[in-house]
Ligand binder design. Structure first.
Ligand code: GUN
Length: 287
């Protein structure tokens, strides 16, 4: 049996269309265009691609973007000053500082300075806290997008066992919180987890967010499980670069009930949810 392949690209396209319509309505009713400021420090090639894709999606959704490209040697104080300026700018509803930052810059300090009401990445400790106690706030884009994909294939997670592999603040922990809100029984597995394949085999929903190419094999998966692959890993195959997930798709697709591919799975949803968070922020700003 072969799994349903969850088309994140198509779901994200539909979501972006809805965001564009809602942004146009907000403009008509309140004269406000949601604005996203994107800050990129340095020349990390992967970050440059991510930022380009984010800016492209912003334009497609009819949102306004402001791009700040700073040299790699920019002092921390300059980045902090920029964040303060963006915090105070009423045309800016969302601020995204692309990670990783160069080593002279303390990322926690920068992320902690972003006003929580403009923290469309959902990385500020206040928003992490809001999520953990069930208050409204910004939810990080990758978990938000992953949850939308899960909701698209199952309407009831109550009592289901969800296993999240990875305990990052950006994906693993917020993903676990979202699944908990849906009444799943949640396990966060990580590099010190004993017998990870056995833990994964108990999962009705398996979210892989570890950054290890092709780690999760078909025989780690419970038949019929929902498998969400958050990994975006570049590997060499026959001398050519290839993007693969954390899940060995070819073996997993034979066992899972539904599975996201890489590319065209979670990745496009992350960007669409950044647009959604920016729209939400602009709506809150107008009351
Ligand atoms: N670097 C890799 N992913 C992300 C993300 O989602 N947000 C930010 N700000 N930086 C990243």
């Amino acid at each position: 049996m072969s799994a349903t392949i969850i088309d994140g690209f198509a779901v994200a396209a539909g979501l972006r269309e809805k965001i564009a319509a809602d942004a146009a309505a907000l403009k008509a009713s309140h004269g406000v265009t949601p604005g996203l400021a994107v800050v990129l420090v340095g020349e990390d090639p992967a970050s440059a691609v991510y930022v380009r894709n984010k800016l492209k999606a912003t334009a497609e959704c009819g949102l306004k973007s402001l791009e700040f490209k700073l040299p790699a040697e920019t002092p921390e104080a300059e980045v902090l000053a920029l964040v303060e300026r963006l915090n105070a700018d009423p045309a800016v509803h969302g601020i995204l500082v692309q990670l990783p930052l160069p080593k002279q810059i303390d990322a926690d300090k920068v992320l902690g300075l972003i006003h929580p009401d403009k923290d469309v990445d959902g990385f500020h400790p206040l928003n992490a806290g809001r999520l953990s106690v069930g208050l409204p706030g910004f939810v990080p884009c990758t978990p938000r997008g992953s949850q939308i994909l899960i909701d698209g294939v199952t309407s009831d997670l109550s009592g289901k066992h969800a296993v999240v592999i990875g305990r990052s603040n950006i994906v693993g922990k917020p993903m676990a919180q979202l699944l908990l809100q849906k009444n799943a029984t949640v396990t966060i597995a990580h590099s010190r987890t004993k017998d990870l394949p056995a833990v994964c085999r108990t999962a009705d929903v398996l979210v892989a967010a570890v950054g290890r190419p092709l780690m999760v094999k078909g025989d780690w998966i419970k038949p019929g499980a929902i498998v969400i692959d958050v990994g975006i890993n570049r590997i060499e195959v026959d001398g050519k670069g290839k993007i693969v997930g954390d899940v060995d798709f070819d073996s997993a697709v034979e066992v899972a009930g539904a599975i996201t591919p890489v590319p065209r799975g979670v990745g496009p949803m992350t960007i669409a949810c950044l647009m959604l968070n920016t729209l939400d922020s602009a709506r809150r700003a107008v009351g």
